[in-house]
Design a binder for this molecule. Structure first.
Ligand code: NAP
Length: 539
């Protein structure tokens, strides 16, 4: 079965790839392990799952008709609504016929003699195409840490990133949740309401702030709909790919609004506290110097700790919830609904693994150094092998038998997060070295798919059969990616985030996304194309 393009993954990137590539006249087939579209939003069905980017921003801009007809029920959408949106797109644009579901890719091999990619699957099929596009997502390979005795547990084991499609009934159950990143923090308040007893096993406390929980009011929705073109233009100019458009700015032009950056160090202690009282924890995220200056960062961290002591009634639990040794901005910012208040419930117990580490999982629960906890359900909210996991697990072999795992043994090396030297005609969507997870993903996806589509058409119209990033361009880009990350809170030595691969034992510690901002990055991609792809070998 030969196609022009095989796309791996039917999340938002795979969906837009079909739409775009088909429009360009290419024959495209998508292979998807799940039984439906949606990617992240298909797999992450845990209670409380929702997006931390406003729905109007976290939506596609390629179809004005889609923008007008789709209705977001909330300002920040929950997982079921985002999944509905993905399904609607697949139906509305007739994308389903191009997707083969329940098909997991097991190997991706470049055949140099034919200049074809052969893609093998667990359905024992092999698909071949000139181009292969890995639309496999940045947070799609769940990380389930190895813990002694975990296979002995006779209760139910769940992972937030692989939550079952059928409803899980936790009523009357004793539930233990391991992990307090974005997924854990979203799930914990919901699990606390459903379960009889909830034990939160926390290794690293989190800096989390309350999320916006407004319903989408009809008049606000109308203003958004009237201003989608402005919103899309503003997104293109913003480092994180978000317009920050407010309905009250309805008459705004497409010029990004400029305001003086607020610095926490410029305020007196009383002024800082007054603002904290007025605006809550979210205020501490609004000072520019908190992200660039260690002293400013410490001021904000200390205020944050004081506020946790205010919010959580039991002093020991409050102390346990205070992050130490790393500051705001090291990890991905987390948003919550009633997280700290959940620890004031009688049925919720915090187990601080820094003081009381897990020794083993047993048949009946978890034994820590100080206690045995009987459990019916263990929930792993332990994150993902981020950014590279889906690529290294796909068993990709390029030119001359080069394995991607071999090439990336010391860390991911790619050009613009789009192409990899040694792997001609293979493209990665939102790959390492691109803004990806530091950007509004839908904006990043549209930009990548457009670039890849234009590139394939350029090759076809110029009778060029292959494109491959040059190694020197790749090295130069990686050097730049590292350089711009220096001096940010992301790369402070005490910070152990998944951005750095630090959550996966043995994974090289490299800051993977591009922190230089979406507009600057896009310009570099556009320049690469406009120069006739001089950073690439064409053959
Ligand atoms: P995560 O941020 O990597 O958090 C995983 C949690 O599990 C951390 O608390 C981690 O502790 C803990 N953990 C890992 N291994 C452990 C072990 N062996 N023992 C004890 N604890 C362990 O993963 P996530 O919460 O799934 O979030 C990942 C990313 O997905 C987010 O940063 C975000 O980009 C995205 N996401 C977004 C949303 C949203 O839009 N609101 C929601 C969910 C996820 P350590 O910190 O000590 O490693």
């Amino acid at each position: 079965m030969q196609q022009d393009v095989i796309v791996v993954g039917a999340g938002f990137a795979g969906l837009y790839a079909i739409y775009r590539f088909r429009k360009l006249g290419l024959n495209v087939r998508v292979l998807e392990a799940g039984s439906d579209v949606g990617g992240t939003w298909y797999w992450n069905r845990y209670p409380g799952a929702r997006c931390d980017v406003p729905s109007v921003e976290y939506s596609f801009g390629f179809s004005p008709e889609l923008e007008q007809e789709w209705r977001w029920p909330e300002v920040f959408s929950a997982q079921p609504d985002i999944l509905n949106y993905a399904q609607h797109i697949a139906e509305r644009f007739d994308l389903y016929p191009h997707i083969q579901f329940n098909t997991r890719v097991t190997a991706v091999d470049y055949d140099e003699s034919q200049n074809l990619w052969h893609i093998s699957t667990d359905t024992q099929e092999t698909f071949s195409a000139q181009f292969c596009v890995m639309a496999t997502g940045c947070l799609s390979v769940p990380n389930k840490p190895e813990i002694n005795g975990q296979d002995d547990f006779t209760g139910q084991t769940l992972h937030t990133g692989l939550w079952p499609k059928d409803p899980v009934d936790l009523s009357g159950k004793r539930v233990g949740v391991i992990g307090t990143g974005s997924s854990g923090v979203q799930a914990i308040p919901e699990l606390a309401q459903q379960a009889d007893e909830l034990y939160v096993l926390q290794r690293s406390p989190v800096f989390t702030v309350p999320a916006n929980r407004k319903a989408m009011r009809a008049e606000v929705e109308q203003v958004f709909k009237e201003n989608y073109r402005v919103i899309r233009e503003l997104q293109q100019k913003n480092p994180g790919g978000v317009s920050n458009f407010r309905p009250s700015q309805a008459k705004a032009t497409t010029a990004p609004t400029k305001s003086e950056p607020r610095l926490i160090r410029n305020l007196s202690a009383d002024e800082r506290r007054a603002r904290l009282r007025q605006y809550g924890l979210n205020d501490l995220l609004t000072y520019r110097d908190v992200y660039t200056d260690i002293e400013a960062n410490n001021i904000a961290n200390n205020l944050f700790a004081d506020e946790i002591r205010n919010l959580v009634k039991d002093p020991e639990t409050a102390e346990g919830l205070i992050p130490r040794g790393y500051g705001i901005g090291c990890k991905r910012q987390v948003l919550d609904r009633d997280y700290y208040d959940t620890f004031n419930r009688d049925n919720v117990t915090l187990i601080d693994l820094r003081e009381d580490p897990i020794e083993t999982i047993t048949e009946t629960g978890i034994r820590t150094s100080k206690q045995s906890i009987d459990l019916d359900v263990i929930v792993y909210a332990t994150g993902f092998d981020a950014m590279t996991g889906a690529l290294t697990k796909a068993n990709i072999t390029g030119r001359g038998g080069l394995k991607l795992t071999e090439k990336w043994q010391y860390g991911p090396q790619a050009f613009l997060g789009l192409q990899i030297a040694g792997f001609p005609n293979l493209f990665t969507v939102t790959g390492p070295g691109s803004p990806s997870v530091l950007c509004n993903m839908l904006i990043a996806i549209e930009q990548h798919i457009d670039w890849i589509g234009d590139c394939m058409i350029y090759l076809r119209s110029n009778n060029i059969s292959g494109i491959e990033a040059r190694e020197e361009a790749e090295l130069e880009w990686i050097e730049h990616v590292n350089e711009v990350a220096q001096g940010t809170m992301y790369t402070t030595p005490s910070c152990n985030s998944w951005y750095l691969g630090a959550n996966i034992p043995g994974k090289p510690r490299i800051f993977m996304p591009y922190v230089g901002g979406y507009p600057r990055y896009k310009q570099r991609c556009d320049d690469a194309a406009a120069s006739g792809y001089r950073d690439f070998a064409l053959f």
